[in-house]
Design a protein around this ligand. Structure first.
Ligand code: NZQ
Ligand code: ZN
Length: 385
């Protein structure tokens, strides 16, 4: 197991009615910028609930709405400008990963004099940030409890992740009922995203991280059990609650500490989103089985067999190779059952930009579970067409 420093500073208020704890924001400041997306929070009542708590506690707030899925650097710049002009103390995100990510970089850019894109290119440039608070409405990215943010510059076809301890939310409110209104498509995409966060670290070269592997399996099993339930019964509290907590645990560091490995499928998916603005979880559902098939070899078959036995319940007597292949097939079939796309063609992606996207990753995936060159990435993209 590798050395690590354990630190997950975000306080979580989990469960029904926890929105009342938004009052805690007063300890961080009384001048708030509320950031949200395209308006789902106005339809499902979350906006009203949050605003009421702020008003009751005498907290002044300004609003920045319209954060796009795959949030744009232009929105970050606008938010930072508002923070500077209005002397904002705290940035409050209400929404899914896009809104929370956007709020995080707004909070950092509010304390930075240069171009906000610098902070996306290099998280080390974040030396200071306003406190961020999140009210989560979609179980998927784990942004509510991590230090990452993913921002796009569509003009350059760039979608990049950045990271800093300073942008981890001070606290996040996780009320599973707030996710009842999430569509089938986003519920499925969110489940695939959670699973992908686990796959990125479950498939590690670290051999003696036994505990982390078992924790990973618990989160995967939770998604496999409750993803389909949430699709069929959107107001099933147990399903929504389990998915919501799985979302946070998948990427808050708990599964990674001591077993860190650079991610493979996410960087590839970010290229798809950067060029085609597709839903993150859709891209992951397409690429994950293609990546698994590509990296399956004598070297990795043992790990994939472990995955097949422990996650899909395949009989160990079947032998490593058949188990590994069946495990990958089961993964693909699970995503299909969830209504997720299985080919790039289904999300409108053809061969036209594959090489350009793959070239952008050449030399960047050298520390992954199985290192990948630009040519490898191109093969995976082609296999997913
Ligand atoms: O725009 P609004 O009105 O908020 O609607 C959103 C959006 O249309 C809707 N939605 C959210 N909560 C809802 C709801 N609709 C009805 N009821 C609710 N309760 O769902 C749509 C998608 O929202 P978005 O925030 O884009 O989804 P998600 O949470 O999947 O976030 C995706 C973004 O996060 C990045 C992705 O790359 C992508 O840009 N990621 C961030 C990570 C992180 N910070 O750690 C890690 C991830 O791997 C990921 O890359
Ligand atoms: Zn993700």
């Amino acid at each position: 197991m590798q050395n690590f420093n354990y630190s997950i500073p975000t306080k979580i208020y989990f469960g029904k009615g926890q929105i009342r704890n938004l009052a805690e924001i007063a300890k961080l400041g009384r001048n708030v910028l509320m950031v949200y997306g395209g308006g789902s929070i106005k339809q499902n009542g979350v906006y009203d609930k949050a605003s009421a708590v702020l008003q009751e506690n005498g907290i002044q707030f300004f609003e920045l709405s319209g954060v796009d899925p795959n949030p744009r650097i232009e929105t970050v710049a606008l938010g930072a400008k508002i923070c500077k002009e209005r002397n904002i103390d705290v940035v409050l995100a209400i929404g899914g990963g896009s809104t929370i990510d956007c709020a995080k970089i707004i909070a950092a850019a509010a304390r930075y004099e240069g171009d906000p894109w610098d902070l996306v290119l290099d998280g080390a440039k974040i030396k200071e940030a306003l406190p961020v608070v999140a009210v989560l409405t979609l179980a998927a990215t784990g942004s509510e409890m991590d230090g990452f943010a993913v921002i796009s510059d569509m003009a350059k076809n760039d979608k990049l992740d950045t990271a800093s301890e300073l942008i981890k939310p001070a606290f996040s409110i996780l009320d599973p009922k707030f996710t009842y209104s999430v569509s089938r498509k986003q519920t499925a995409a969110g489940t695939a995203d959670i699973m992908s966060h686990v796959f990125e670290v479950y498939f590690t070269r670290e051999k003696d991280a036994f505990l982390q592997a078992r924790l990973c399996e618990a989160v995967l099993k939770t998604c496999i059990k409750y993803g389909p339930v949430a699709l069929e019964e959107p107001e099933n509290y147990e399903a929504r609650a389990n998915l919501m907590w799985a979302s946070s645990l998948a990427i808050n560091g708990l599964l990674t500490y001591g077993a860190e490995v650079a991610w493979s499928v996410h960087p590839m998916e970010h290229e798809l989103s950067a060029f085609y603005d597709i839903t993150h979880g859709d891209g992951l559902a397409i690429l994950t089985p293609a990546w698994m098939e590509y990296v399956l070899s004598d070297e990795t078959v043992g790990k994939f067999a472990e995955f097949g036995i422990n996650i899909w319940g395949i009989d160990p007597e079947e032998g490593s190779w058949p188990i590994a292949k069946r495990a990958i097939r089961n993964t693909r079939e699970f995503f299909t059952r969830m209504g997720l796309p299985q080919t790039l063609g289904e999300v409108g992606i053809g061969e036209e930009n594959l090489k350009k996207m793959a070239d952008k990753l050449d030399g960047k995936l050298t520390e992954t579970y199985i290192p990948l060159t630009g040519e490898d990435v191109l093969e995976i993209f082609k296999n997913a067409l």
